[in-house]
Design a protein around this ligand. Sequence first.
Ligand code: ADP
Ligand code: MG
Length: 310
Amino acid sequence: MTEFGLIEQISKMFATIPANGFEGIGDDCAVLPIGDEESLVFTADMLAEGVHFLRRATSPEELGRKSLAVNLSDVASMGARPVATLLSLAIPRDLPQGWIERFMEGYRDLSTQHGVALIGGDTTASDSGLIVNVTAIGRTQSQHLKRRSDARPGDLIAVSGPLGESGAGLRDILNGQYDTPLAHIHRNPTPQVAEGIWLGSRPEVRAMMDISDGIASDLRHIMERSGVGAEVEIRQIPTSVDIETAATAGEDYQLLLTIAPTKADTLLKEFEACFHKPLIPIGRITAGNRLEWLDHGTPLDVEWQGFRHY
Ligand code: ADP
Ligand code: MG
């Protein structure tokens, strides 16, 4: 069974239990309205040694930052401001003295940068590798929330930065080359926190999510939840590596969003003025249910799939 098949099965098993006011499984975060105007959002992401990282190929500080970064990315992709985290660690007995302290320095660096409190967690021993589990909580005005389910035919599809470099960096790491620029990018994702909050405040942004498994997988989540199709001009995908890697490799942690077509030009200009970098248009939402890859308007005969950990 695939990761998404299992999640669907779990979701069905629990569907008869009251949601107690939460919008649950299926988006980057769960949502709980508080009062009339605001909402809290919740997300959890786990990093397991040997699956998400090799201990010999990362510094403890980098892993501390990345563990938090991937969670901040999910909060920001809802248009929300991250406010607090819970951190759970399963620590192998052979971990060198001082390793966890250095991991925590990295986790604290990024927490400080974004003003995110550490409010709890759990600490235990592990008989296999190191496991890091983070729960992040965000807060926003409810009308700023961005979901995967609000894309409409005609919307412009855009991304917030280069894709595929992290995936190419992972290839370097698996080839034993830990010091390449791409390997560095892989270990040091930058969550688009200010960008996500800003885009959340803009009503012309319709659907939004973060790109953790490649647009070949993640764009399909927007399509399924919005009941739409999409076409992507592959040569517009921003990347310094090959286009297939850019479309299918994981862990970019850029934002993927759809924008109401009549307001898109203004939004792109204002984003660039604010962040000194562009939002990059890569395609259009369509009325169908297919994902088409186009090369200068000509459909390509490829079946690109996103990255799977599981
Ligand atoms: P993301 O890549 O944004 O972190 P995932 O693809 O990991 O999202 O998860 C998709 C959805 O499924 C999310 O809403 C997530 O909270 C939910 N989910 C994932 N694993 C589980 C699980 N074991 N139990 C319940 N919900 C889960
Ligand atoms: Mg996500």
